[in-house]
Structures are given as structure tokens and as C-alpha cells.
Design a protein around this ligand. Sequence first.
Ligand code: ZN
Length: 228
Amino acid sequence: MNSAIVTTTTGRAPVPNEGHLLAALRDLMPRRATPLNLDEALQIAERQAGRLRRELGLHSTPALPTSIVGALPFVRVTHEPQLPAPGLLLGTDLGWVIALNAEDIHARQRFTTLHELKHLLDDPFVTGAQLDPLAERVCNHFAACALMPRGLIKRDWGNRIQHPATLAKRYAVSLQAMTIRLRTIGLVTPLRRGDRPDLNAAELRQLATKLRRAWQPPAGSVPITEAS
Ligand SMILES: [Zn+2]
């Protein structure tokens, strides 16, 4: 996501009121000198997202009420028209501010809230450039895991709630975000290349069977064999 972190002073802004939740989530980061590789960072992001839901007592609610983020003691959330990015995290001497682009659709603002929260969590561990594409991926993964927990999605899937559009509505996320999440969890087989239609697993299997016929020789043709 094309968002930015801004601090009002050089170095990290002093942030008071960093509560128990913040400490609990940051404690899931390993204390070590060597940087995390991408897989580790993604796994930790998923663990933090699960912990966030548990700490908030919302581990079994499909649509996480993201407004709860603005009620946390260490951060305020504002909605700004014409923000030059989906979201922005600002460290001020009073505390953190997450600014959301008020013109984005609701589902995107919800995703951006969690994305920026992950930047906030990671702030003490960030040393290098601020617009790190891997960090953006990790923040997106955190948001996806917080909004669409693996366990809940799998339970729904088992209960035959499998259509991506239905699930997107249930979790109040965009269809694109849900489609990516279903592929990440492994419930939907990714097509290898090209367009990815909005189909559930059964529909996708049916289509794949039909398209596979393109490789079958027409009836009556002589099969090509390798020279012996
Ligand atoms: Zn970001």
C-alpha cells in the first residue's frame, strides 16, 4: 500500500501511553540483532494479528470493528479528505495518529487502519529506509490476518460459506482482499497466470475440467508418439 510514515522530529517521536496491548504485540517480535527474513516477518505478523483479536476479545467476530483501533490509548484515527495516500502514520509528541483517506471506500479504510497499526507496532524495530517494499507487504499481511483470520475463514469454508463475494461482505473487506487471502490460506487454487475470475472452489474446478479439454486430441486423430 502506498502509505507513508512521518515523524515530527528527527528520529522517533516520543509516544506516551503505550499500553499493555502495544507491549504484548511488540513482545512477539524476537529481540535479536539480525533482521527477520520475509517468511519470519509474515509469520510474526499473523501471530500479532491473532493476539490483537484475542486481547480485544474479538477472536470469533468475522467483521472486526476497526473503529476500535482509534479507541486504543496510544493512537487516534482521523479521516482526512484528499490525503495523498490511502493512509499515513504520524508520531507526535502527544501520541500516534493514523490518518485515513476519507475518500477511499469503507473496506479499504478498514484495511488501511490495520496496515498502519502494523507500522506503529514495528516502529521500534525499523532502522533503514522508511518506504521498504517488504515492510509494506508485511503490513498488508498483518491487516489481512487481522481482518480475515485463518481459523475463522476455514470454519466458514467448512460450513460451506465459500463464495469470495459472500465472504468479503461477511468480513467487510474488498473482494480483492478476500480473494488474495483465500489464495494465501490455500482454500482457492491460484491460477498460474493471467486473469483470476471470481469463482468459488467448486466452480473453479468445473471450469478447469472444461478448459483441460483444450489439450485433448480431437476424436479420430492419430496420437503423436515419440520416435522409437
Ligand atoms: Zn505502509
